[in-house]
Structure formats: C-alpha cells, structure tokens
Design a protein around this ligand. Sequence first.
Ligand SMILES: [Zn+2]
Length: 293
Amino acid sequence: MRIPTVLAALTLAFTTSTAQAQSKKVYISVDMEGISGINGDNQTSAAGAEYGRARKLMAEDANAAIRGAFAGGATEVVVNDSHGSQRNLLPEDIDPRVRLISHSFKRHGMMEGLDSTFAAIIFVGYHAKAGSPRGVFAHTGSGVLADLQINGQSVGEGGMNALLARWYGVPVVMVTGDDVAIEEQRVTVPTVRGVVVKRAINSRAVELRPLVDARRDIEQGAKESVAAARPVPPQRLPQYTVRMTFRDPTIPEVATAFREVRLVSPTSVEFTRDAMPDAYRLIRVLYRFINTD
Ligand SMILES: [Zn+2]
C-alpha cells in the first residue's frame, strides 16, 4: 500500500471513530395520560371532544423534551408515539429535527425502534400502573390487565419498558408524569430524573402545574440528564418469567392457544422467554391483540 493510501485509510478510520464517539442518539417514548394539563377521558380517547386539544398538549411536552435533548448534546432524536392508536402526535406539530415512529401495530409498542445504538431514553407523559389507588388513569397496557409481573416483580408500563432498555444497555435518564408515575419509575430505575407535571389527588382529580413551568422543567431536565447520560452494561437475565393477571377470564382462556402460555388461575397466565424483547412481544400480543368483542 502506498504511503498516501495508508494515510488516507488512517484518516478515514479516525474520522469514522470520532464521528461515532460524538454521536448521541436519544430515544423519547411519549404517552398521553401523564402529559401536562391532561386529566380527562375525553382528552385521551380519539373520539373525545377534547382530543384535538390534548394531542397539541402532548406535542408541547414532547417538544420540550426534544429541545432539551438537543441542548444536552443529542445528535439524533427518535420519538415514538406510545399512546392508544399511537397516531396522536402530528408530524407538523413536532420539532422538525426528529424522526417520528407512528401507529400501534408494532412488535415493541412503546419501545419500538429501540436498540443498543441509543445513548439515552426519556419517557414523557407516563402514568401509574394498574391497581395504583391514586395515580391518574392508573392502568397497564390496554387496560385489560389487573397486574403484570416480570420475574416476580409487579411492573407498569414504565417498569416493563425499563427492563427492555436494560436488555439493550441504554439508560432511562428521565421520566415525566404525575407524582405517582415518577415514584413507581424509581422502583425499576432508582437513578432516573423525574419531572412531576401534576399531583394526583386520586385516579381522576389532579392539581396541575402551570404549563409553562412544567415544560420549562421538562426541557431543563432533558438537557441535564442527556448531557450526563453514560452507557450502562446490558443486563440480560437468564429467563424472563411473566405473569399476567387480567380483569376477567376471557383473554386468559383464549391465550392458552399459545403452547407456552399456562393458565395458573382463572384470570392469570404465565409464560417464560429467554430474551426480554421476546417476552415484551408476547406480553403485547396478549393484552392488545386478542379481540374479546
Ligand atoms: Zn397511554
């Protein structure tokens, strides 16, 4: 190889590794129940009278997190719409620097598109898990679940998503929502930065913070937590045993069509998968894609 060719190759290698070292991809999963200013059924369902307003509020919280992520050093931001139809965020309302993942027909739902190339994860608009007496709109998944346990630990959406994040070795650096959602997230991610945008009085009534204050804190929190994000080693457990307890026995009975799904009580099923992404997919199929009409 001639010297200039060697130099050119070395320069290319250096440029590539420098670019990789400097790239910082941030993943933002946006739910709706824990968005600033939202506390009504007619806001969170697409047929509701205030849905149009609510999706704008959702975009504003997402945009605050996006601004903060870029200010904290993100070179690329991917936003995943994570509520209901997962088609709430309008591309025209979202910061034009991001790519938006849209529609609920996804294998990994609220975490679609996540892989180990990301440097940090932010949960925006999250809520408490099923059975939490005080969290606003407390539920897990589609609402058919009474409880979800992974390896014996009861988790909500934030907990389940954090286990998937850990599988890929990507830190969950920030969560926004009501105070109960933040408390619950700390059980699975003790180091997470929480931005409380409203205080839950019970499962419906809330004390809302002024929108401008909430969005300022989301932006600031995202900036600082993305700037401070450090890689974490992937944590891959030997097995993921999942127990899903449903509100009624209809789905569990049908779910035993999957050979590995065992009925452990009239309302509970259990199954085991070796990898968290596989467990996540089956959890999602069981709570979302079995039609009980
Ligand atoms: Zn939701």
